[in-house]
Design a protein around this ligand. Sequence first.
Ligand SMILES: C[S@@+](CC[C@H](N)C(=O)[O-])C[C@H]1O[C@@H](n2cnc3c(N)ncnc32)[C@H](O)[C@@H]1O
Length: 293
Amino acid sequence: MEHAVRFRPEVKPASRLDLSRAYAIDLARSLRRMAVKNVRRTHDIVNDEYNVGEWGKALAARGWMQAPSLEQFLIGENETPRLAKVDGEIVRISTRDYYRYRIGALSELIARHAGTADELVELGSGLGQNLFMLSFDQRWKRLRGFDIAPNGIEAGRQIANRFGLGDRISFDQLDLTNGDDPHFRELAGATVFTYFCIEQIPYAVEAVVENIMRARPARVIHIEPAVDMLKLSQPRDFASRVYIKSMDYQTRLFKLLDSLDNSGRIRILARERMQYAPSLHNDGLLYVWEPVQ
Ligand SMILES: C[S@@+](CC[C@H](N)C(=O)[O-])C[C@H]1O[C@@H](n2cnc3c(N)ncnc32)[C@H](O)[C@@H]1O
């Protein structure tokens, strides 16, 4: 990675007391969410949470205009401590240090799985947090983001312009559930990744994977929440399972990829559990696959 030396935060493993308290709170919140909201993750809910919510608010605040550098924009000013997964271990770490560490952790992970590619496409890129973090690695000559949310796309474009990255990072609209979307053509031969995006489309997982396969990318990397690797006897995994259920995130992607691999339609190149996460429950699994010719 050509980004300065990877930032290794000084962290202490969370104490048992810290962890038990955090799991209990997490679990109680998830159970409350299930009882009170009973979320069904439809297109309208995702639009409210992301297009109107997260990305709409970011666009209104235009935080990138005040930030002196891209790195400072990405890591923010928040020193509040949080429990997060760093190098496979739950630790207490300041929010700012976590995001500084994440730049290197994400870059290493993607570089390790992207073969010889020097361009990347992110599906469901939001306002581009991942693409901007990856941009510190000069290996990536071009980074393209696609998302369904117009506010995410507009915010991404403004951030790219603000930091002089308009010629390297671009954002366009694509609805992953619509196989006729013309932007699918741009995936042919590309190295593509999703990062906590398919989680948002639990009722169209098969259609989305079919649409991606039909577009003939060279390679696909998914980093998404999963229930498959969770050991329910472990309190953290149990809390994650209930959280995923309470959010109505997808639970079928990895089983589907395994069955496509078994039937010879794709070849799975890697499966691994994520070694970093910003909270107790944003725990992901990584699968890498390529279409079989
Ligand atoms: C949890 S956010 C993750 C954003 C980004 N990957 C990141 O890690 O910062 C999920 C994103 O998926 C996008 N999304 C949801 N449904 C989609 C669809 N059908 N097609 C394309 N993007 C979609 C949302 O608009 C949102 O930006």
